[in-house]
Design a protein around this ligand. Structure first.
Ligand code: HEM
Length: 438
């Protein structure tokens, strides 16, 4: 595809530019205008970039430039020493013990989501419903006590941000210098200002007033420190990282949930099996952290959903020094795309790759598989720090809803569209029937 055709397709849907052979080859190399790129979608290549030679493949400057206005030099957008100390300080914030302590807030949110569906018209658009449920979680868990935080205004600002800054800018592909303002950035600046002001106010208030008693993510972050150097976060570091948790933490998880409900709506047997499992464990209660280990099928549904529709489907990396991946010479200044979407539907590595078969992820089958074949959370030292948090909130919400409602398709199936995340277009319209649990 020529440069302009590629740019047009990227703006519409990144999935349109994945070449057909990326589903049958472990690596594909091409040129777009003057730029040479490689798409990696084999497990050995993934391991090389994510783990074995990770220092050679920093995050792409284009991606960082897109995110910096909103999340500054946060954990996600930093490299080298600036990343290392933040990772050492933030990893313990998401330790299993801390995430478990946040579970009761997730359970209350799942209960509220169920109440909203029960009061609804019997038909709902599930992306919107799940975004509101996971946004609810992150607002409670990240910044509990909403008096400094207007969730509706913040939500509207996020939407504005994704529609403008969050799209790869045409100019990024034409490789103009970074100081030339991109059209999206100009439009998105107001949205970023709104979000920053609200999170900054919540942080300042917490620093002044102390914890309300029930500890949340912000309390953990205020105490976080690098165990090697004792370095603590400045207000700016806190602002940028909390901002990232709020934006990234809720959108990705909501998409996983909406896709899961869609797949289950089209597969009555899998839905019944998941529901029986949830009802047997929960009875009339909403799900909590202790219930999840007893619901392996629910976890398998989430794993299989994120195989077919990984919320983060493509990552981009720069190349510092020449390397070889499979039979390909990789040059400096070229771009490596980690094509998670194609890895997950690859003809060489999966039987019946496009079919929804949650059994693939029941514990025995999962343990027998190469770990680098299923990478919704990435891998290696930069693996998603919030993976436990995401799996817990998704499991709690999914199990609670399945125990109480039946979901059926209420419109044609949507298509996946990838920009920063993989979204269903136009949405997930489902008929929702409350079950008689008496
Ligand atoms: C289903 C939900 C989620 C998915 C699919 C997801 C996916 C990912 C992926 C693929 C990466 C690696 C990016 C790379 O290597 O370039 C990542 C990193 C990260 N994620 Fe998540 N994520 C999810 C939820 C969350 C949540 C809930 C949080 C926090 C509350 C979070 C915080 C982060 C952070 C801070 C990083 C950067 C880690 C580092 O660079 O050291 N994510 N995520």
């Amino acid at each position: 595809m020529g440069l302009l055709a590629s740019v047009r397709q990227v703006r519409r849907n990144v999935l349109n530019i994945l070449p057909a052979i990326s589903y049958t080859q472990p690596i594909v190399t091409g040129n777009t205008g003057p730029a040479r790129w490689h798409m990696v979608q084999g497990p050995e290549g993934m391991r090389q970039v994510f783990l074995d030679n990770v220092d050679n493949y920093p995050k792409s400057e284009v991606m960082i430039r897109m995110l910096r206005p909103a999340v500054g030099a946060s954990l996600f957008t930093s490299e080298g020493a600036a990343w290392r100390w933040q990772r050492r300080a933030i990893a313990p914030v998401f330790a299993a013990r801390n995430v478990r302590a946040l579970a009761p807030m997730m359970t209350r949110t799942a209960e509220r989501a169920a109440e909203r569906l029960a009061a609804g018209p019997g038909r709902s658009e599930m992306v919107r419903e799940m975004l509101s449920a996971t946004f609810d979680v992150i607002c409670d868990v990240a910044l509990s006590g909403r008096e400094h935080f207007d969730a509706d205004r913040y939500g509207a600002a996020i939407t504005r941000y994704f529609l403008t800054v969050g799209r790869a800018s045409l100019l990024d592909f034409l490789e103009l210098p970074p100081w030339v303002p991109r059209p999206g950035e100009l439009l998105g600046r107001g949205a970023v200002r709104t979000m920053h002001a609200m999170v900054a106010r919540a942080i300042a208030a917490r620093q002044a007033e102390g914890s309300s008693g029930v500890e949340d993510l912000l309390d953990y972050m205020l105490r976080a420190e690098d165990p090697e150097t004792g370095r603590r976060m400045t207000r700016q570091d806190l602002l940028h990282n909390m901002q990232f948790f709020i934006v990234a933490g809720h959108e990705t998880t909501a998409l996983a949930l909406a896709w899961a409900l869609l797949l289950l709506a089209h597969d009555g047997d899998a839905q019944d099996r998941a529901r029986h499992e949830a009802q047997a464990v929960l009875g009339l209660r909403p799900a909590g952290a202790d219930d999840l280990p007893q619901m392996p099928f629910i976890e398998a549904v989430l794993d299989e959903t994120m195989r077919l529709y990984p919320p983060v489907g493509l990552l981009a990396r720069n190349v510092l020094a020449p390397d070889r991946i499979y039979d390909r010479e990789i040059g400096t200044r070229e771009t490596v795309f980690l094509n998670i979407y194609a890895l997950h539907r690859h003809r060489l590595y999966w039987d019946d790759p496009d079919a929804f078969l949650p059994e693939r992820f029941l514990p025995e089958a999962k343990a027998a598989r190469d770990r680098y074949l299923h990478l919704p959370f990435g891998a290696g030292p930069r693996i998603c720090v919030g993976a436990n948090f995401a799996m817990m909130q998704a499991g709690i919400i999914l199990a609670t809803l399945l125990a109480r409602f039946r979901f059926a398709p209420a419109g044609p199936p949507p298509s996946p569209v990838m920009h920063m995340t993989v979204r269903p277009d136009p949405g997930v319209d489902l008929a929702v029937t409350a079950l008689d649990l008496a």
